[in-house]
Design a protein. Sequence first.
Length: 114
Amino acid sequence: MAQGDSNAQRYSAIYAVIRAIPRGKVMTYGQVAELASIPRGHRMVATALRNSDPTMKLPWQRVVAKRDRLRARIAIVDDRGAMRQRRLLQKEGVRFERDGSIRLHLFAWIPPDA
DNA sequence: CAGGTGACTCTTT
DNA sequence: GAAAGAGCCACCT
């Protein structure tokens, strides 16, 4: 992706990256942005997800917020949404720590070509 | 044009 | 390790 690309193109790239995350794996907002060739685009990834609708059939639950070097967390503020995401992830094998964090070295997806 | 806002992230207290 | 500040960028008032 280049600098002058339209936002529509960037959103498409973002959705494509998210769709490529395999079951049982997660990716941080920043990682998604970077892979979609949008440096510092983590905010845009959040916007893209917020504006997405169910008909896209995106594995939105696999996008998580980076917490520190080793752990990630669910970004949704709303408790219902957060629990829903957590349940979906657990159903596909992602394990949560007692403090609600996800260990990245276990569940972060490292794309083969990156 | 001028703020305010967020499903973000990093640094500094 | 919590809290605060700053940087970020598309969107909406």
